[in-house]
Design a protein around this ligand. Structure first.
Ligand SMILES: *[C@@H]1O[C@H](CO)[C@@H](O)[C@H](O)[C@H]1NC(C)=O
Ligand SMILES: *[C@@H]1O[C@H](CO)[C@@H](O)[C@H](O)[C@H]1NC(C)=O
Ligand SMILES: *[C@@H]1O[C@H](CO)[C@@H](O)[C@H](O)[C@H]1NC(C)=O
Ligand SMILES: *[C@@H]1O[C@H](CO)[C@@H](O)[C@H](O)[C@H]1NC(C)=O
Ligand SMILES: *[C@@H]1O[C@H](CO)[C@@H](O)[C@H](O)[C@H]1NC(C)=O
Ligand SMILES: *[C@@H]1O[C@H](CO)[C@@H](O)[C@H](O)[C@H]1NC(C)=O
Length: 264
């Protein structure tokens, strides 16, 4: 059997969906506005591919009020759904304020577009919650913080601290906190002042849950204590509509117990 034929055969097998085929809208490089987020171009209507999962990728820019999205189908194996959502604001350089998400599903016909239509209005409408989060963390008039919480949640004195860094990570049900002072000598991959909300969630076989709220705050001394981080998590949870995810009752309970998962 020659190599080219083998390649073609393998390629064909990997791109088959057989009995599990769904119809998914295929529509790429779409730009929509916050004012009219579900007004798809005509070329997207009734433009379907057959696949075993439907897929959505979108970038929302809260500064330009634009959404860029791709809808398509793929022949991959996943659980019923998988979502990866990231929201970020860099406070002292207001050039970035966006939410990016990937959503993959095989729950119902055209499930990725259905999810988009159910969710996008809420992500737009909830922008004020992000502003509340920002206001709770960051005061542009504050130059220095004196005290932050460390990783053990104990107060430490900062030298020329511009802010306190706080993180809560929940990974497969295990919660971890981080905390420290930030000053000019701190070397970090994170922006100087920012917050970031990450939710990665799926059901088996891709059941990796990875949820994270990270921020630098300067609003008060000890603004990164575990108690403060938990308050921010609750606020961030209000941003994202859990009820739209196709979770069953036991999964929902799990989400509530950790109160965050997305942090949102
Ligand atoms: C998935 O496989 C089916 C055949 O089973 C094929 O008709 C379809 O075009 C494939 N879809 C994609 C997006 O590759
Ligand atoms: C959509 O797909 C195009 C081409 O594949 C890519 O250049 C673009 O970045 C994608 N957009 C999003 C929002 O993922
Ligand atoms: C979202 O995607 C855009 C375009 O790829 C990128 O510039 C931006 O940094 C992303 N934002 C986040 C929070 O990942
Ligand atoms: C993002 O940061 C900028 C600069 O501080 C601020 O003006 C804006 O309100 C923030 N946006 C949100 C949604 O927090
Ligand atoms: C930053 O904090 C560290 C530890 O608290 C301290 O050793 C260092 O001198 C500080 N850097 C500046 C520029 O103040
Ligand atoms: C609900 O989700 C849980 C956790 O993913 C799973 O163990 C359980 O089998 C699911 N139940 C039903 C009825 O789908």
């Amino acid at each position: 059997m020659d190599a080219k034929w083998t390649f073609t055969l393998l390629y064909s097998i990997s791109s088959l969906c057989f009995a599990t085929c769904l119809m998914c809208t295929k529509c790429t490089n779409i730009a929509l506005l916050f004012d009219n987020p579900v007004e798809f171009p005509l070329t997207c209507e009734a433009n379907f591919v057959e696949a075993n999962v439907c897929q959505l990728v979108f970038h929302m820019n809260y500064l330009t009020k634009q959404i860029h999205l791709n809808l398509t189908g793929a022949n991959n194996t996943i659980g019923n759904y998988h979502i990866d959502l990231l929201v970020e604001n860099k406070s002292d350089e207001p050039k970035i304020m966006n939410a990016n998400a990937t959503y993959i599903c095989k729950t119902v016909t055209d499930c990725a577009k259905v999810f988009y239509k159910l969710t996008i209005q809420t992500l737009i409408k909830n922008e004020p919650i992000l502003k509340e989060l920002q206001a709770a963390l960051y005061d542009p008039t504050v130059v220095n913080v004196q005290q932050c919480s460390n990783k053990q949640n104990q107060p430490v004195t900062c030298q020329n601290g511009y802010g306190c860094h706080g993180v809560e990570i929940i990974e497969n049900g295990e919660t971890d906190f981080e905390g420290e002072c930030r000053n000019a000598s701190t070397i970090t991959i994170f922006p100087r002042q920012y917050f970031r909300i990450t939710l990665v969630q799926g059901d088996p076989p891709l059941s990796s849950d990875w949820n994270h709220l990270g921020f630098t705050c300067n609003k008060n001394n000890l603004c990164n204590s575990q108690q403060e981080i938990k308050k921010m998590v609750i606020l961030a949870n209000d941003f994202y509509p859990w009820e739209f995810i196709g979770l069953n009752a036991s999964t929902k309970k799990f989400v509530n117990n950790n109160y965050l998962l997305l942090f949102p």
